[in-house]
Design a protein around this ligand. Structure first.
Ligand SMILES: C[S@@+](CC[C@H](N)C(=O)[O-])C[C@H]1O[C@@H](n2cnc3c(N)ncnc32)[C@H](O)[C@@H]1O
Length: 289
């Protein structure tokens, strides 16, 4: 949703923008190309992806216009102070990226045979997806799959996991997928959506504490952005979107934010055609008063 990001950030000459989810820098590099006199601070939590983004900034000769920080956007306040970078706009493009699915080797994709890890930042997080799968009680697993995956077969899958791990711990994506397939009714295997989709989403959210992070990050963004500055959040599932909706609603009521557009902006048809993953994107925008 780059075109929408560019349009709604309402960029003026000399603006400072924080890209709170830098990844490969798609948004940041795109903005710098359109507005060469702005400055960008990018935050990326995953150390491998951060490394790649850092090299890209260095190689493109943009080090005077862009800095990157390997941290969580939860620490936005500290990052802003440490870098003396009070922003005029902040963008959050939440969740995982194709780099995670295709290159990380950390078990984000149920289409690959990898260890079940799913940590964005293994340096600060010691709990892997395999730990959650093998050490949680059945009740805890049901809660994770229900609360973070809205998985209707949470009970059956959790039962299957507990039975399976009695024989051998589940350590890889393939082992988990097989266990899910054995646990759900046969009609569930025949749908368009892969039967492991919701379980994998739930584990990723649990491992990285994603919903709490989004809440803390967006609240910090509201604190640090300059008056008149906009906060854009792109979320990819209803749970994240709900967190953002509630915060924006509350802060608008308190007179701290105002709506730029009411409700949600969805990607245009052409974008979804070129990038099917964009189909579930939802963008919300607010402005600090
Ligand atoms: C969907 S991607 C962003 C794509 C980016 N806008 C682009 O154009 O390339 C989300 C990124 O946020 C990162 N991320 C997830 N949680 C984070 C956190 N708490 N703090 C900072 N980055 C985070 C992920 O590692 C991932 O690289």
């Amino acid at each position: 949703m780059f075109n929408e990001v560019e349009e709604y950030l309402n960029i003026k000459p000399g603006f400072k923008i924080i890209d709170a989810t830098l990844n490969g820098g798609g948004h940041s590099f795109g903005l710098l190309e359109k507005f060469p006199d702005i400055k960008i601070l990018g935050i990326e939590w995953d150390p491998d992806i951060f490394q790649e983004a850092g090299s890209k900034i260095y190689n493109s000769g943009l080090t005077d216009k862009m800095v990157a920080v390997n941290d969580s956007y939860v620490n936005l306040k500290n990052i802003v102070e440490k870098n003396d970078f009070r922003p005029d706009g902040i963008i959050f493009d939440l969740g995982v990226s194709s780099l995670h699915y295709e290159k990380s080797g950390k078990g984000f994709s149920f289409m690959r045979d990898e260890l079940l890890d799913m940590r964005f930042n293994p340096k600060v997080n010691s709990t892997t997806a395999a730990n959650v799968v093998n050490s949680s009680s059945q009740e805890e697993l049901i809660k994770v799959l229900t609360d973070y995956g809205e998985e209707k077969f949470a009970k059956e899958i959790s039962e299957g996991v507990v039975l399976s791990r009695k024989i051998n711990p589940i350590t890889t994506t393939v082992e988990l997928v097989e266990c899910i397939k054995r646990s759900v009714p046969s009609w569930y295997l025949k749908r368009k959506i892969h039967p492991a989709t919701k379980t994998f989403q739930a584990l990723r959210i649990a491992v990285n504490n994603e919903l709490e992070n989004v809440e803390r990050g967006v609240l910090a963004a509201i604190d640090v952005v300059n008056p008149g500055g906009r906060i854009i959040v792109i979320s990819f599932h209803g749970l994240e979107d709900k967190v953002v909706r509630e915060i924006f609603k509350e802060k608008t009521k308190e007179g701290i934010l105002k709506r730029v557009v009411s409700g949600t902006i969805k990607p245009k048809w052409e974008e979804v055609k070129n990038n099917p993953r964009a189909r579930s994107a939802k963008m919300k925008i607010c402005e600090k008063i």
